[in-house]
Design a protein. Sequence first.
Length: 245
Amino acid sequence: MLFLYMQAFEEEASGGPPIDVLVATRDIGLGSAVTADMLGRRSLPQSYLEDRHIPASESERIIGVRVTAGVRGGESLLWTDLATMSEQGRDLSGLVQSGQRAITIRADVSASFGGLLRPGDRVDVLLTVERETNEFVTVVLMQGRLVLASGRDTGAPTRPGERRSTNRGTVNQVTLSVTLVQAGALALAQEQGRLTLILRNPEDITQVENPPDTTTQDVMGVEGRQRIQRRGPRPQQPTLPQRVQ
């Protein structure tokens, strides 16, 4: 019992049981991919570990991942040093889901909702083009596309003491997550007419089947306007406040 007590006391005094973490065996340059010969291990007391430290058991998981900051030989390799796992500087490529692509489209202040569009939002994409008959038509090009970045903002958390910029009205680019075929359609659409983004709830992933095109006649003609108004949800009557007796 005395031996067990002394062992527990020594572990507590020394910071707890040792845990192996990954360290760089040599200098790793900015943008370099991690290889097995770059990794070593070092034992640290449990109380000295941070969430940023990478356990040695996770070495296979990070092979091939690029670093976003140079790491000196002998230094601990941290999760925040890795491109796809960095909390402070989320690389755009790390946000693209497998099988998807990222494409940036031109956006004015109205298309980015005055700079209020944020990464993680979902939008529908409309295309407006002019026909040979001097009429315009708007088509629903895509629905429920995920916003990966608004301007240079990828949604990364701010560092301690850092303030997020509030000058969002200057956003002129929006990056969306799309398939390869959708990326080709967006690239062509930008050359054919004007793209408009419609914001939806980020949890709403429903798709409207075969949405109709909207033409100049639909907007300017009486019958067209009535048809559009009938498609919209019926407005609810406001609830009047009850008088307290």
